[in-house]
Each structure stands twice: as structure tokens, then as C-alpha cells.
Ligand binder design. Structure first.
Ligand code: OAD
Length: 291
């Protein structure tokens, strides 16, 4: 992709945000780090925190086959990424303001913390590309439960079991000692998209149309290392300006403008330059920022 000659500076970025009617926003773990939730690949990120497990690749904590073989591995560390409830960052608010101005085509988030919903981003504007902790499903009978029903077990580092399969699991374990009962029989798994699982259907249903309709792309707080979300950037039509907001530069994508820094600060700056009606509510975050 060749860079657009006309979009190079922060002033150009502001002009594009002002002009745009259908903004496609891609987000990742970096938009929640100011709330104390670790990202994945930074030096103190989640993947460095699970090194003690001795996996050949820390991403294996989200590997479906490994989960089905031994769910205890995931549940030994799941408490570390259990999302807090009812908080959101200034950056989440910035996306909500884009929405309130009727300019949000869609927010494709890779985050599983579900904090967008607390910020007021409406379900039809939000694609949780990697699922979320909001619900969980039994790997055996597919029974669905609300995510919070398994939070207590997650906090206690225990494996949550499906109430519908509990009897049968007990019976199988007791009576049929010779036959193989997988450890994951009747285990509830949060509806996070593990490696080896397809992305939610809504992603595939909407991405093609959104790619052809969007008139501005903003990518925030993601290293853009995991396909297919990372591929969205390459697939955006050439005439559509692309803005990066991130702590670290992203060298493998060709953004027109890179606004490097903490995304809450960048968003606050943009909002202040865009005018009063873009104000991001701050008072709830004063105690959190800088922690
Ligand atoms: P990464 O950890 O790969 O990238 C986070 C990016 O956010 C990095 O480039 C950081 O520099 C940047 N960052 C961190 N804090 C920031 C801040 N306050 N302001 C601005 N930028 C900040 O996380 P993702 O790209 O989201 O999959 O990772 C994608 C997927 O990989 C995740 O969805 C996860 C993981 O495997 C699942 O959970 C299934």
C-alpha cells in the first residue's frame, strides 16, 4: 500500500476524523492497560507472566487442543486475565464519542474484557473478534451460561463444570474406570476464541462490507500480530486514510499517520483539538491514570 500524500501530520489526522462518516476502529489490549489489565506481548505483558508454565509458546494457554486435553492449565492462569467490571478507559470513551456522532462504522476489538459494553458502545457497532468472558459454553453438551457464573471458580483457580453434565461426568468417572473419559468432559469454557477455533460468524459476515464502506481506519493499542484481524489493515482500500494510535511503532504496516504514545493521552489530545462536543469524560479515571 502506498501512503496517501495528503495525510501525514496530526493536523491531517484531525481533518480526516472531522471529515469521516464511517470510521472503522480496530482495538487491542493496549486500550485497557491503563486500567491495570496487562497486554499480551509487552515485556511485562500476559505472555511474559505465564513463562513459569514452561510452554514452548505462551500462546498455547489459548490453544484449543491443549485446553481439551488438560483444562487445568488454562484455569491455573485464567484469573490473571479475568476482566474487572464496570470500568473503562478514556480511549473507550473516545470510541463512544465517535459513535455518538454517528461516525462509527464498527469497532473490531480483539479484547476479551468486554469493557466496550460498559463504555456504551452498542452491540451492533461492536465485533468482539476473539470472543469474550461474557458467556461460557460446555465443551461437551454446548450448554451456555453467563460468564459471571464461572468467575468464582476462575478466581479460585478451579475448573468450572457444566451443571447439565455433572451427573454423567461423575457416573463415567466412577463406573467406567477402564474406558477413557477426557479431563475436559463437561468443562465450561469461556467463549474466548482460542487458537484453533473460528472467529465469530459476525466477523466474517460484516468485515467484507465494512472494508468497502469505511472512509477512515483507526488502529489503537494492538501489535497487529494475530490474523485475521491484523490483515484488515492490508485489505483497506488504498484511498482510505489509516491512523495508528499506539505506544510502540508498528513497522510491518504502512500507516499514513502514527500517533505514538499512551492512547488515553492521544485520545484526550485529539478530543481537545476536535472541540467541546468531543469531550471525553475524565473524572472517573483520575485515580487510575498513572497507576
Ligand atoms: P499485544 O500485547 O500484542 O499488543 C498490544 C499493543 O498495545 C502493543 O503494541 C503495545 O505497544 C500497545 N500498548 C500497550 N499499552 C498501551 C497504551 N496505554 N497506549 C497505547 N498503546 C499501548 O495485544 P493485541 O494486539 O491485542 O488473543 O493481541 C492480539 C491477540 O493476541 C489478543 O486478542 C490475544 C492474543 O493472543 C486472545 O486473547 C485469544
Amino acid at each position: 500500500r502506498t501512503r496517501l500524500d495528503t495525510v501525514k501530520t496530526i493536523d491531517d489526522a484531525l481533518e480526516q476524523i472531522n471529515k469521516a462518516q464511517k470510521i472503522l476502529v480496530i482495538t487491542g489490549a493496549g486500550i485497557s492497560t491503563s486500567l491495570g489489565i496487562p497486554d499480551f506481548r509487552s515485556s511485562k505483558g500476559f505472555y511474559s507472566q505465564v513463562q513459569h508454565l514452561g510452554l514452548s509458546d505462551p500462546q498455547e494457554v489459548f490453544d484449543l487442543e491443549i485446553f481439551l486435553t488438560d483444562p487445568s492449565l488454562f484455569y491455573s492462569i485464567a484469573h490473571m486475565i479475568l476482566p474487572p467490571e464496570k470500568i473503562f478507559s478514556p480511549l473507550h470513551s473516545f470510541i463512544q464519542v465517535i459513535q455518538s456522532k454517528g461516525k462509527l462504522l464498527r469497532n473490531y476489538t480483539q479484547n476479551i474484557d468486554n469493557l466496550e459494553s460498559y463504555a456504551g458502545i452498542s452491540p451492533e457497532k461492536l465485533i468482539q473478534c476473539h470472543g469474550s468472558f461474557a458467556t461460557a459454553t460446555c465443551v461437551t453438551c454446548k450448554y451456555h451460561v453467563k460468564g459471571e457464573e464461572i468467575f468464582e471458580d476462575i478466581k479460585n483457580r478451579e475448573i468450572p463444570y457444566c451443571p447439565k453434565c455433572a451427573k454423567m461426568r461423575k457416573k463415567l468417572m466412577k463406573n467406567d474406570e477402564d474406558s477413557f473419559v477426557p479431563d475436559s468432559y463437561g468443562v465450561l469454557k469461556p467463549d474466548i476464541t482460542f487458537f484453533g477455533e473460528p472467529l465469530p460468524e459476525t466477523f466474517h459476515d460484516l468485515i467484507r462490507r465494512d472494508l468497502s464502506e469505511c472512509d477512515l481506519l483507526i488502529s489503537v493499542g494492538t501489535s497487529l500480530k494475530v490474523a485475521p484481524v491484523a490483515d484488515i489493515v492490508d485489505k483497506i482500500p488504498e484511498h482510505v486514510p489509516q491512523i495508528l494510535i499506539n505506544k510502540d511503532p508498528i513497522d510491518h504496516c504502512n500507516f499514513d499517520v502514527s500517533l505514538l504514545g499512551y492512547c488515553d493521552d492521544v485520545a484526550s489530545y485529539l478530543a481537545s483539538r476536535l472541540g467541546k462536543s468531543w469531550d471525553i469524560p475524565h473524572k472517573d479515571f483520575d485515580s487510575i491514570r498513572g497507576s
